[in-house]
Structure formats: structure tokens, C-alpha cells
Design a binder for this molecule. Structure first.
Ligand code: HEM
Length: 509
């Protein structure tokens, strides 16, 4: 429901054409006589239909179903030793933001409660430009090689012939790319079906925070939902998908409208370059987490969603989030998946929203834009009479970054040569999740949730191969799952020892 304020602003509005001319009757079309053909001169009627014909823009190629709101980020702790970003220059600083949550694989009308990671995208409007955090609700991802992304996503979508979602495609991909197992374990636990947006958010990728001395730290960002994360069990999520496909969208809107503002506490995990060198895992490998015991969460601030949108399409559908929208003091690491994302998002925005997507009100920064980009479709902030070239008559000022960038990842990059090379290192964290983090109930639900999906696979090869991946995580898991889908027990996938990992080999060489 629109707010009272919004409704009363509409009362008394005069009905007009799109050019603002008043029109007496919205339904009437001009025609010859009472029952004759319609007239081409009727701008009102033609404009009405022509605009309707063009209402749809491409939906997002992934994360098409979503909901969003506006809010604020407040800085509660000093992190000036980590970054020069002006947002974090003072405790008490605040900046407005827009957030969009989403599922990944379904179309724009699909169910909110699907088993899927959730997107967690935030556009923070700082006084030094937009800072976008384009996160998920899981700390790891399926791939560490960006070339696999389109393949992987295609297997989560519809079969080219049947136009159906297909369990064989789904598991064929995952069983051939076992570096996905950590994310698969999380996805098929009840965390894969969060209750609305009662969930945490994670950068997943390593970023770099750079301070005024030019020193940088590797950083992972965590957003922890106040009141904790909540999940739905498989059967409740499936029931809701039928009964109320917009369950999460409704919950978010209703809670904000009722003044129950969803809140997240912002934390960072930090690592120095030296720590990164001796860390067991590659910090540019998106399939791994940084243990909290070794790298504790450090508080930074709070995000509060306190305002519903007035218009979903303008304020959420047209929002263009990108991990490349960064501010001085926050930089990308050399994580290959992140590097590819830096390109992919603005590229898809130009396709989805047009070349001047950045000028749409939801995307326009609060900080003034002055540069040499001009014209193109729908340019409505075309920078007035300011010269469109580097002019000596009206020069722009050029502000250097307050630090020197240091390229540390060169050696780490070496360790990332073969992104499909799977060793025992890839199974340690999923095993700890299964054996140490999950409760007995979590384990039972994991096996049930997996059996519901993997049980639909027709190909015996795919089924056995994926069972062998689970058995490599834990023989107990492999055997219990095999039993649950009436399959003979399988041997664990043969995995090279951790010492065979490329970074260990390179270190030894
Ligand atoms: C190579 C890897 C990836 C590629 C090529 C990729 C590409 C894309 C594309 C093209 C979109 C649609 C954007 C739009 O239309 O505005 C999208 C949406 C999104 N992606 Fe990715 N993605 C990748 C990995 C990831 C990862 C690892 C995360 C999280 C850590 C992530 C989080 C999101 C989110 C949250 C959205 C929705 C943004 C919104 O609400 O508008 N993606 N991605």
C-alpha cells in the first residue's frame, strides 16, 4: 500500500497526455462517427498504446526476482587505520543507501522462497561518489574461474529444448566441478532457503582497504542481521512458493511500513599481506572462508532500512549495482571472479538500461559528476556548457588519490594459474561445516534437501559422480545420501593431497 502522504499528493492531479496537455476522458478514442475506424491524429490514444508496447526492459540475466528499499549506513567505529574512504573518516558519519535483495536463477516472477543463494546489493551514496556492495548471503561461491560463470548459470536455468529446469544439467555441472562443493553444502542446508531477508550478507571476495600511508589490508566485509538469520525448512519453502511466491517481498515491505526497520551490523575481517602469504588458503579463492577465530570480526557500522520505495520500477528495477562502483580507499583485489565482475555489471547495465544508466535518479551519485562523457540516448544531465574536452579555458581540477597503490597480489596471482585444480584443500572447509558446524538436525535436513533434488537425476553417471563428491567431504554424508536416494554406496572421489596444491608447489619450488 502506498503511504498516506504519497496518496494525498496524487489527489487532485489532473489527467494529461505524456506532454502534459489535459485530457477529458481517459478511455475515449477519436473515430469516424460513432462506430467507425480510429483516427491517426489521436496522439493521446496512440501514445497510450505505444508506450504500453514498450513497458518491458530486459530483466536481469541473473537475479531477476528481487525486492528493495532505502535506508542509511551509520559509521559506529573508527577504521581510519584501514581506509581513507571519506565515508569512514569519522565515527557518526552517515550516508543514504538503496538495497536490493534477490534470488539468482529464477525469472522475475519466480518464487522468493526458492533454494538459491540470495543477492544482497547495496548502493551507498557517499560524498566521494557511489560505493556499491554487490554481495550474496553466502560467504563463498560455486566458482573461482570466471570463465565457468555462463556455463554454470545456464545449468541452473531452463533446458534449451524442454524449457524445463533440469536436475541432470544442474548436477552434471556441479559434479564435474567439485570446487563448488562448499557452496553446494551451504545451499542444500536450510540456509539455502532463508526466511525472507533474515539473513547475513558477505562480500565473499577479498577487497583491499588502503589507508593514508598507502598501506593496505585485505578485507572481507560481513553484514550480520540483527536478531539473527532465520531459515525455512524445505517443505515450508516449497509450500510458500505455491501459496505466496512474493513471501519475502511482502515481508520486507510490511515490516518497514510498520516501522520495524530491518537492521544489519557491518563488520570487516582484515589480513595483512604477510598474513595472506602464510594463510592456508589462497585469499583470492572465492570458494574459501577466513576462519573467524584467526581473523575476528571488527565492527564498523550499521545499516538500517527505514523507507519503502514510492515506485518499484524507478527505484529498484532500474537500480544498477556494480562491484566496480568504488571510492578512493577501497579497491578490488586480483580475485579473477571479482575482476570479471568489474567488467560484467556496467556492461549489462548499458544493455539493460542504456548508456546513460548512471544518470537515472536511483543511480545518480550525490557527489557532482564532472567529466567528458556526453550525449547518448536519454542524456538528461549533460553537464551544461562545461567544455566536453580537456580545456585550458575552463579546466577541471584533478584530485590524486591520497595514497600509492601497492600491487601485492602478483605472487598470489601465480598461485591461481589453474583454477580447476582440485585438491584436499577444497574439501577441508566443507568437511568442517558438516562435521563441526552443523547440528544433527542440520545434517538430517541437508541429506533430505539433497535427496529431494539429486533423487530426480536420471543419468546414473551424474548421480554416482556427485555422490562421490559428497563422499569425499565425508563418507558418512556420502553413505547416508546414497541410502536416501536408493543408490548403492559409492567410493569418495579421488582427490590429490593438499601438498599438491599449486600454491604449495610454487612455494616449494
Ligand atoms: C564471474 C562471476 C559473475 C558474473 C559474470 C556475474 C554477473 C552478473 C550479472 C550480469 C548480473 C545482472 C546485473 C544487472 O542486470 O544489473 C548480476 C547480478 C548480481 N550478482 Fe553477479 N555475477 C557473478 C558473480 C557474482 C558473485 C560472486 C556475487 C556475490 C558475491 C554476485 C552477486 C550479484 C548480485 C547481488 C546481483 C544482483 C544485483 C541487483 O540486485 O541488481 N554475483 N551478476
Amino acid at each position: 500500500m502506498p503511504s498516506q502522504e504519497a496518496l494525498s499528493a496524487q489527489v487532485g492531479a489532473v489527467y494529461t497526455t505524456s506532454t502534459g496537455a489535459p485530457v477529458a476522458e481517459p478511455y475515449a478514442a477519436q473515430r469516424v462517427g460513432l462506430t467507425g475506424p480510429l483516427l491517426l491524429q489521436d496522439f493521446h490514444h496512440i501514445d497510450l498504446l505505444a508506450h504500453f508496447d514498450r513497458e518491458r526492459i530486459p530483466e536481469r540475466v541473473v537475479h531477476a526476482k528481487g525486492s528493495g528499499a532505502h535506508g542509511v549506513i551509520k559509521v559506529t567505529h573508527d577504521i581510519t587505520d584501514l581506509t581513507v574512504a571519506s565515508l569512514f573518516s569519522k565515527v557518526g558519519n552517515e550516508a543514504p543507501l538503496t538495497i536490493r535483495f534477490s534470488t539468482v536463477g529464477g525469472e522475475s516472477g519466480s518464487a522468493d522462497t526458492a533454494r538459491d543463494p540470495r543477492g544482497f546489493a547495496i548502493k551507498i551514496k557517499t560524498d566521494e561518489g557511489n560505493l556499491d556492495w554487490v554481495f550474496n548471503n553466502t560467504p563463498v561461491f560455486f566458482i573461482r574461474d570466471p570463465a565457468k560463470f555462463p556455463h554454470f548459470i545456464h545449468t541452473q536455468k531452463r533446458d534449451p529444448q524442454t524449457h524445463l529446469k533440469d536436475a541432470d544439467m544442474f548436477w552434471d555441472y556441479l559434479s564435474q566441478n567439485p570446487e563448488s562443493i562448499h557452496q553446494v553444502m551451504i545451499l542444500f542446508s536450510d540456509r539455502g532457503t532463508p526466511d525472507g531477508y533474515y539473513m547475513h550478507g558477505y562480500s565473499g571476495h577479498t577487497f583491499k582497504f588502503v589507508n593514508k600511508d598507502g598501506k593496505f589490508h585485505y578485507v572481507q566485509i560481513h553484514l550480520r542481521r540483527e536478531g539473527g538469520a532465520k531459515s525455512l525448512d524445505n517443505d515450508t519453502a516449497q509450500r510458500l512458493a505455491g501459496e505466496n511466491p512474493d513471501y519475502a517481498t511482502e515481508q520486507l515491505f510490511t515490516e518497514i511500513e510498520a516501522g520495524k526497520f530491518p537492521t544489519w551490523n557491518v563488520f570487516v575481517q582484515t589480513m595483512t599481506a604477510e598474513q595472506a602469504e602464510s594463510f592456508r588458503y589462497n585469499i583470492l579463492d572465492l570458494t574459501k572462508v577466513w576462519p573467524h577465530k584467526e581473523f575476528p570480526l571488527r565492527p564498523v557500522g550499521q545499516i538500517i532500512l527505514n523507507k519503502n520505495v514510492q515506485n518499484y520500477f524507478a527505484e529498484i528495477e532500474q537500480a544498477a549495482f556494480s562491484p566496480s562502483h568504488l571510492v578512493p580507499g577501497i579497491e578490488p583485489s586480483a580475485d579473477p571472479v571479482l575482476q570479471s565482475r568489474l567488467f560484467s555489471y556496467p556492461d549489462t547495465h548499458r544493455h539493460r538500461l542504456g548508456v546513460n544508466y548512471g544518470q537515472l535518479p536511483v543511480n545518480a551519485p550525490l557527489a557532482p559528476v564532472s567529466n567528458f562523457q556526453r550525449d547518448g540516448a536519454m542524456a538528461f544531465n549533460n553537464q551544461g556548457f562545461r567544455p566536453n574536452y580537456q580545456s585550458s579555458l575552463a579546466p577541471l581540477q584533478y584530485k590524486r588519490k591520497a595514497y600509492e597503490d601497492v600491487k601485492h597480489e602478483i605472487w598470489l596471482g601465480d598461485a591461481n594459474v589453474d583454477l580447476s585444480y582440485v585438491t584436499e584443500l577444497d574439501f577441508e572447509q566443507p568437511r568442517a561445516l558438516y562435521e563441526k558446524v552443523f547440528s544433527d538436525t542440520d545434517r538430517e535436513h541437508l541429506i533430505y534437501n539433497l535427496s529431494v533434488h539429486l533423487g530426480n537425476v536420471k543419468s546414473p553417471i551424474v548421480k554416482a559422480r556427485q555422490l562421490s563428491v559428497f563422499a569425499a567431504v565425508s563418507k558418512d554424508l556420502g553413505d547416508r545420501l546414497a541410502k536416501a536416494i536408493n543408490h548403492p554406496s559409492v567410493e569418495p572421489l579421488a582427490v590429490k593431497p593438499a601438498t599438491e596444491a599449486i600454491r604449495y608447489k610454487l612455494k616449494a619450488a
